[in-house]
Design a protein around this ligand. Structure first.
Ligand code: EZ4
Ligand code: CO
Length: 402
């Protein structure tokens, strides 16, 4: 099965997505997500100008060889742009191979390890009471796991808080927006939120929280300790992870489970975290960590150390990524949970898909391939709109991690 052509489709049905479509001489096509939030066109150019010319005429069945070719062949290793581009090719090739064999993708990985993938929803409110209500709404919809983020009295623009209608989308049109971050009110407020949630909903539901890289290691240790009575499923990105060793400090102080990895792009970003048993969940995604081929390598390493997967699944992972992630989730033996932040109806229209939500779990469906397509005619009606992620500053104006 030879690759005959490939092209990049950039579309903005509510938010920007970059999709790679590969077509073969057998009339089959495969698609992969290449979206890198706020830096979309860099990946589009990487693919169009540098990768696609190398793909033409190659055997689409040689997934591993093409992965190695693009990774080692670039000479400049790793990095989010490179790895998102490789991921798009890899995902499209897994989609193609599964379609060529007439099976859903999870069958190629080794078949199902479970009946469905438990997902967690995003609940957010402008204050404690609203957040508690929103969590309840998701529990009523059947979610077994809910992430809670709340506005904090006196702190404007806290991460993860939506507009009035509750809708939250991190990237905003145009240039980056600025927000203020204040650590101390956050450290005091957050345990009160989870106390209120456990009071109202009991110990049954899984509760999660995203710190979004905003604390120093010792502050993160304090937060983890203060949340222990509420038995969180995880505390996410408690501190930036460039220095993997800094998680040891958090570990020395708290048994609140730690999840990290949405900004990771290779196994090297998490090797020490995993081998040192410094984390409990690895959040690398299909699109940002080199596709299924590389994510599988990360998950296999993680399994040796009792670390489970909790793949990033915000709205900037396109439905194509979500489809691939759900096949991966159905197979991966050390599955933990999959993030699920529902896309807008318009996005779902542009990307028709076989996956579905049912009673707290998601199912990838039985369609050959990963089960997600792109409606190119509809996609063309929504051209790219420049948008970027916000930045955060401390009250004195110091630029901080957003
Ligand atoms: O801010 O995906 O857990 N989810 C997150 C996301 C990230 C965005 C960045 O593009 O942290 O909301
Ligand atoms: Co996050």
């Amino acid at each position: 099965m030879k690759i005959e052509s490939a092209r990049v489709i950039v579309t903005c049905p509510g938010r920007n997505f970059v999709t790679l479509k590969i077509e073969t001489d057998q009339g089959l096509h495969g698609i992969g997500d290449a979206t890198l939030n706020g830096r979309e066109l860099a990946v589009a150019s990487y693919l169009t100008d540098h990768v696609i010319p190398c793909l033409i005429g190659r055997d689409a069945h040689r997934i591993e060889d093409l992965w190695q070719f693009l990774y080692k062949g670039a000479y400049w290793r790793r990095g989010p742009v490179t790895m998102a581009a490789i991921a798009a090719v890899d995902t499209a090739l897994w989609d193609l191979k599964a379609k060529a064999l007439g099976v859903p993708l999870y069958q190629l990985l080794g078949g199902r390890s479970r009946d469905g993938a438990m997902v967690y929803a995003h609940a957010n409110g402008r204050d404690l009471a609203e957040t508690v209500d929103r969590v309840g709404e998701y529990l009523e919809k059947g979610y077994k796991a809910v992430r809670a983020q709340s506005g904090i009295p006196g702190v404007a623009g806290v991460y993860g808080i939506g507009k009035k209608d509750g809708h939250y989308e991190p990237a905003t049109k145009g240039l980056p927006q600025e927000s203020i971050w204040a650590t101390e009110p956050y450290l005091d407020f957050t345990p009160k939120l989870f106390e209120a949630l456990r009071d109202k909903y009991g110990m049954g539901p899984h509760l999660l929280h995203d710190v979004h890289h905003r604390l120093t290691p010792i502050e993160a240790a304090r937060l983890g300790k203060s949340l222990e009575p509420y038995r969180l499923f995880w505390m996410e990105d408690p501190t930036p992870a460039e220095n993997q060793e800094s998680f040891r400090l958090i570990r020395q102080h708290t048994v609140t489970p730690v999840a990290v990895g949405e900004v990771f792009n290779t196994i090297w970003d998490c090797k020490d975290l995993i081998e040192g048993q410094l984390i409990d969940y690895i959040r690398a995604s299909v699109v940002h960590a080199g596709g299924i081929t590389h994510l599988r390598r990360i998950a296999d390493l993680a399994a040796l150390y009792g670390v489970r997967t909790g793949c990033h699944g915000a709205t900037d992972m396109s439905p194509v990524c979500m489809g691939a992630a759900l096949h991966f989730a159905l197979w991966v033996p050390n599955f933990g949970v999959q993030e699920h932040m529902a896309h807008e109806p318009l996005t779902d229209e542009v990307f028709p898909h076989a996956y579905r939500f049912e009673d707290g779990y998601m199912h990838p469906g039985e369609t050959p391939g990963h089960g997600v397509e792109i409606d190119e005619t509809l996609a063309a009606k929504y051209p790219y709109e420049p948008a970027q992620l916000p930045v955060a500053r401390l009250p004195d104006g110091t630029l901080w991690s957003w």
